[in-house]
Structures are given as structure tokens and as C-alpha cells.
Design a protein around this ligand. Structure first.
Ligand code: PEP
Length: 253
């Protein structure tokens, strides 16, 4: 059985006191909640402080990015081990904002996944098509290309914990959510691709999250889809009421 996973991506929001306030509010509401796994991904500047507040709770910590080299003269970058050392279990890799604003390629994504696995971090690999690609009926082709490039060279054993997030670029931060049917169609494609390229066990155990304007109102119907196992939440994770609402509505009462 796949345990539902709800991940909050705080992007470049929240200075220290705001991060502490938000995480304390989330804790207050969700400390006893065991029906879904919950992870928050604050900016790197807040990781250690948030970790102190989440230690030994049911709420996990993730980072939003890393650099693939182990160490060295890479001013401004943060390694997988540094992220792990801050208490992270998860790391988001290949988010569309990184692909768009920082020219991150599938090859970069591949190196970052490798670096995260080497230190025992669970990568949340993001894939998704732009509106232009969807309108040109290239969605499936684009998703498969991202899967091929991002997961090149890995063995079945490597990917046991991998999480994939399907995030249509046109749905991120726009208020336009993919319909549950549209999302399910692509989740199924991803699961089948994993089956064809790795194994049926990995495919049926792998959690595939949906991301793109998820709200407490639309999460229920998305979660009713067979291949949707949770959500990667941006905007709505910045306020405790909406994030808590999404977590609670992601599972049956
Ligand atoms: C995201 O940042 O991954 C995301 C899905 O953002 P939003 O929920 O705001 O669309």
C-alpha cells in the first residue's frame, strides 16, 4: 500500500520568524495525524531551525534543491551532504522553476538525483509539460523524455525510495489545476513507464505526487484517482490553514 505523501514547497518565502511561526502552527494541527506522511521544504536558510522544531515528530523535512558536487569551490551552492546534515530526508529535484529560471537540464537532474541517493536523501523528481507542449499534444513525449534523461543509469535498487511529482507547468502558481482525469492520465503513463523500464514492484510501490494549484477544495477528487498518491503544494503550503486542510482532505475521514 502506498502511504499518501503531502509535501509543502515554501519556495523563496519566509524569513526565520515567519518559518518558525508557520511550522509551529502546522505542528499544532497535525502532530497526531498519521494517515498521510507530511513533509515541509523551507528555504535553505531555515532548514536547521525548522528541523529543531520537527525533530522526533511525524512531520519530515526536505530541501528544494542541491548541487551535485560533494564539495569544492562552488560559491553559493549547497551539497547533498550539507542538506542531509541539516536534518533533511527529502529533496525536490528538477522543479520547473529551476528548469526555467536556472536552465536546469535533464542531465543536471540526473546528477542531482545521483548525489541525493549517495547520501541517503529521497529525491522528489519533478516532471511536467508547458502549456505550449500540451497544446501541441506533446505532453506524453515530454514527460517520457524527462524520465529517460533524469533516471538514466540508475538500477532498480537505486530507485526504491524515489518519489516522482507530476507538475504541469501551466498549473503551477496559476490557479489552474489539471482536472483529476488529466492528472490521472499522466500519472498512469509515468507508472507504466516505470514498469516497462524497471519493475512491476517498483512501479506499484512508487509514490507519484500531483502538483499545480492544489487546494483543500480540489485535493479530495485528485486523491480519488488510482495513480495519484499525494501532492506537492506550493502557494497553499505557505499558510497553515490551507496546508493543514490539504493534508486532512487528502485522506478519508
Ligand atoms: C510547486 O511549487 O511545486 C507548486 C505546485 O506550486 P503551486 O501549488 O503554487 O501551484
Amino acid at each position: 500500500m502506498r502511504v499518501p505523501l503531502i509535501v509543502g514547497n515554501w519556495k523563496m518565502y519566509k524569513i526565520m520568524n515567519e518559518a518558525v511561526e508557520l511550522v509551529n502552527e502546522i505542528k499544532r494541527e497535525l502532530l497526531d495525524f498519521r494517515k498521510a506522511e507530511i513533509v515541509v521544504c523551507p528555504p535553505v536558510t531555515n532548514l536547521s531551525s525548522v528541523y529543531e522544531l520537527l525533530m522526533e515528530t511525524n512531520i519530515g523535512l526536505g530541501a528544494q534543491n542541491l548541487y551535485w558536487e560533494k564539495e569544492g569551490a562552488f560559491t553559493g551552492e549547497v551539497s547533498a551532504l550539507m542538506i542531509k546534515d541539516c536534518g533533511c530526508e527529502y529533496v525536490i529535484i528538477g522543479h520547473s522553476e529551476r528548469r526555467k529560471y536556472f536552465s536546469e537540464s535533464d542531465e543536471n537532474v540526473n546528477k542531482k538525483i545521483k548525489a541525493s541517493l549517495e547520501v541517503g536523501l529521497v529525491p522528489i523528481m519533478c516532471v511536467g509539460e508547458t502549456l505550449e507542449e500540451r497544446e501541441a499534444t506533446k505532453t506524453i513525449e515530454v514527460i517520457k523524455q524527462q524520465l529517460v534523461g533524469g533516471l538514466k543509469g540508475f538500477s532498480l535498487q537505486d530507485l526504491g525510495n524515489l518519489v516522482i511529482a507530476y507538475e504541469p507547468v501551466w498549473a503551477i502558481g496559476t490557479g489552474k489545476t489539471a482536472t483529476p482525469t488529466q492528472a490521472q492520465e499522466i500519472h498512469k503513463v509515468i507508472r507504466e513507464w516505470i514498469l516497462e523500464n524497471f519493475s512491476s514492484e517498483l512501479s506499484s510501490n512508487m509514490r507519484i505526487l500531483y502538483g499545480g494549484s492544489v487546494t483543500p477544495e480540489n485535493i479530495r477528487e485528485l486523491m480519488r484517482q488510482e495513480d495519484i498518491d499525494g501532492a506537492l503544494v506550493g502557494g497553499a503550503s505557505l499558510k497553515s490553514a490551507s496546508f493543514v486542510g490539504i493534508v486532512k482532505n487528502s485522506v478519508d475521514e
